[in-house]
Ligand binder design. Structure first.
Ligand code: HEC
Length: 195
């Protein structure tokens, strides 16, 4: 009986010791980190970490050939194409080509787009083998990534798959070109509204 009384008194003392009159604090708590995780300040050292070295965003495919003359030559010899390129339907790149390339290179890829007709940009080649004998899918990828002289880089406008779709379509246009043919729209340039 006495032991029970002593345990009751001691137990109550321990339990009551957690009570206090300050309503903003919980008093003594047992292992409080278990239910109140220590909050970090935004950007406190050790919170926002740099991504691990070599990380790339999801879906991003790095291109390692540099933007130099040697890099351009290397891209011509680069025969590496993604597996999906082989089975890609050329027409799947038509819409993208129309949006991003045809105003310069022309709907047919003959180098006679609207900006050429209006003489806004000159020196735009057709894709035919007579005009560009040495290009390869790898070199077209290189030119899309970095641009070339009057042609700007299109790397930020097109993702990896879109670039290859366009290349497939450009290659089809190249095959359709009749070597030595005069751009079809050359004689209709005068009919264009004044720029
Ligand atoms: C602003 C007009 C313009 C646009 C838009 C444009 N190009 Fe060009 N492109 C040029 C000019 C100019 C050249 C000639 C560059 C040179 O060799 O001086 C060229 C050259 C090329 C070449 C030949 C490069 C070589 O190796 O000689 C390819 C292939 C090509 N463009 C593909 C494309 C594709 C694909 C697109 C669309 C994603 C595109 N271009 C968009 C103006 C343009």
């Amino acid at each position: 009986m006495r032991i029970k009384t002593i345990l009751w008194v001691a137990g109550s003392a321990v339990a009551l010791s957690a009570c206090n009159w300050d309503k903003t604090t919980p008093g003594y708590t047992y292992m409080d980190d278990m239910y109140r995780s220590p909050a970090h300040q935004t950007y406190e050292p050790g919170t926002a970490k740099e991504p691990a070295e070599g990380s790339v965003p999801r879906g991003y495919v790095p291109y390692t050939i540099p933007n130099t003359n040697e890099g351009y030559a290397a891209s011509m010899a680069n025969t590496e194409v993604p597996a999906m390129y082989e089975t890609l339907d050329a027409e799947s790149g038509k819409q993208l080509y129309t949006q991003f390339c045809s105003h310069c290179h022309g709907e047919k890829g003959d180098g006679n787009g609207i900006l050429m007709q209006r003489e806004k940009i000159l020196g735009i080649p057709g894709y035919g083998a007579d005009k560009l004998p040495d290009i390869t899918p790898g070199s077209i990828y290189h030119v899309i990534m970095y641009g070339k002289n009057n042609m700007g880089s299109h790397a930020s406008q097109l993702n990896y798959d879109e670039r290859w779709k366009i290349i497939k379509y450009v290659w089809k246009l190249r095959m359709d070109q009749v070597p030595g043919a005069v751009p079809a729209a050359a004689d209709t340039a005068a009919a264009q509204p004044a720029a």
